[in-house]
Design a protein around this ligand. Structure first.
Ligand code: SF4
Length: 409
């Protein structure tokens, strides 16, 4: 059914709201029921934490909620006043601002707010900011903060790198066992890695339906639909949800239902979403009959390497093979493959001011890719959460000009 913006909503979304609502309820109840809470970075060792029986919370999900609700605008300055630079990750500054001011989107859902951590577990595969972010809470609450230091700009993913990250992951176990008060059951870990792999395979299949012309799903839908893949990987609820969503998408494809009516152009989104402007951007692309069919961001929760038979090594492989910690050569090959698979006409690079880690337009990549692929590109200057860094008018004009370029190409 079309929403008021003309976008076609998914029937499955009602079910997703139920799945996410249940996750949040259980997350809040966990500490009351004596469960220990672990904070985990979005591409951290979630499977290990679940296998140990932790109540697992992902602060970046809260960061995205602060951005999408635009609460971040008032909260970032609170963290800035405390001493966090306006130039660093605006998930970090929104979240710490939220804690300091005592305001959270959870309160609007009649929930108490993010659960206090008993331990914080990071992986620097994505950036150093997550470590600084978690260490701040560790000092605030006097609880342990442990993590994995993954190399960055990784070219070939060889055995020495995978062995190192696998050993670092395994080395977390004693500290985590001390916090949770129980031993790791390796069979439980294998089971959870298996569930995570099933979730990831389904999420990949969901995103790959966009290779159809016309596409049944857009990047903007993906940013909403990805919730369970981020916070519930390793849990059966995520698998159940993506089976439902995938069936609906296959039906859309069979019926020739397009996410963007009269789809004319297909675009790849490179970089972070602009959370507070998703709706406006989705509407503009809809009006331009342009479908943003694929993105690096939504694909970041596809972990093809997970293997229940070899949990630590396969987790190391999956979490070090991510786009964000790879060399520019690997990234360029990845984007070229995506452009071919999704029949993309042009590439939009979001230069997110406070996330250099997820901004790939700063060292001539768009120009190199244009030379290689002969596809037009656009760089949008903005941010994931800090809307002071985003010009609505300029972006709108630039996207219109980009659509004209696509028409001429
Ligand atoms: S990758 Fe970027 S947005 Fe994500 S936590 Fe790190 S700095 Fe923030």
């Amino acid at each position: 059914m079309p929403s008021e913006s003309g976008r076609k909503d998914f029937e499955s979304t009602k079910k997703m709201k139920g799945v996410m609502g249940k996750y949040f309820m259980e997350l809040m109840k966990g500490p009351e029921e004596g469960q220990k809470t672990a904070w985990c970075t979005s591409v951290g060792p979630a499977e290990l934490l679940r296998a140990l029986g932790f109540n697992v919370y992902f602060p970046e999900n809260h960061g995205a909620m602060l951005g999408a609700t635009r609460m971040a605008t008032d909260l970032i300055p609170v963290a800035n006043a405390r001493g966090f630079s306006p130039d660093i990750c605006s998930y970090l500054t929104s979240d710490i601002g939220s804690y300091l001011k005592g305001e959270s989107p959870f309160h609007k859902m009649k929930m108490p707010g993010p659960p206090k951590a008993d331990v914080l577990v990071f992986n620097t595969n994505q950036c150093r900011d997550v470590k600084d972010w978690f260490q701040w809470y560790a000092r605030e609450w006097d609880v342990p903060c442990v993590g994995i230091h993954t190399p960055r700009s990784v070219g070939e993913l060889d055995d020495s790198i995978i062995d190192d990250v696998a050993k670092q992951t395994e080395a977390l176990v004693p500290a985590l066992e001390d916090v949770v008060g129980q031993r790791l059951d390796i069979d439980k870990l294998k089971e959870i890695v298996g569930l995570s792999r099933q979730c990831t395979d389904l999420w990949k299949a969901v995103l790959e339906t966009a290779a159809n012309v016309p596409s049944p799903i857009t990047f903007f839908d993906g940013t909403v639909q990805m919730g369970p893949a981020v916070v519930l990987r390793g849990h059966p609820d995520a698998i159940d949800y993506y089976e439902t969503l995938l069936a609906e998408l296959k039906q859309r494809v069979a019926d020739g239902v397009a996410a963007v009516a009269d789809e004319k152009f297909r675009v790849y989104w490179e970089g972070m979403p602009i959370w507070g402007k998703l709706r406006d951007l989705s509407t503009q692309f809809l009006e331009l009959k342009t479908c943003v069919v694929a993105s690096t961001y939504c694909n970041s929760w596809i972990f093809d390497a997970l293997d229940p038979a070899d949990p630590f090594r396969s987790m190391a492989h999956a979490y070090t093979g991510l786009f964000i910690c790879r060399s520019d050569d690997c990234k360029e090959q990845y984007i070229a493959d995506m452009v071919a698979k999704f029949k993309v006409d042009g590439i939009l690079y979001h230069d997110a001011k406070t996330c250099p880690n997820n901004s790939n337009s700063r060292y001539e990549m768009p120009q190199r890719m244009q030379q290689k692929l002969g596809k037009p590109y656009l760089v949008v200057n903005g941010d994931l959460n800090d809307l002071r860094l985003y010009s609505e008018e300029q972006t709108r004009t630039n996207i219109e000009a980009f659509a004209e370029q696509l028409a001429e190409a």
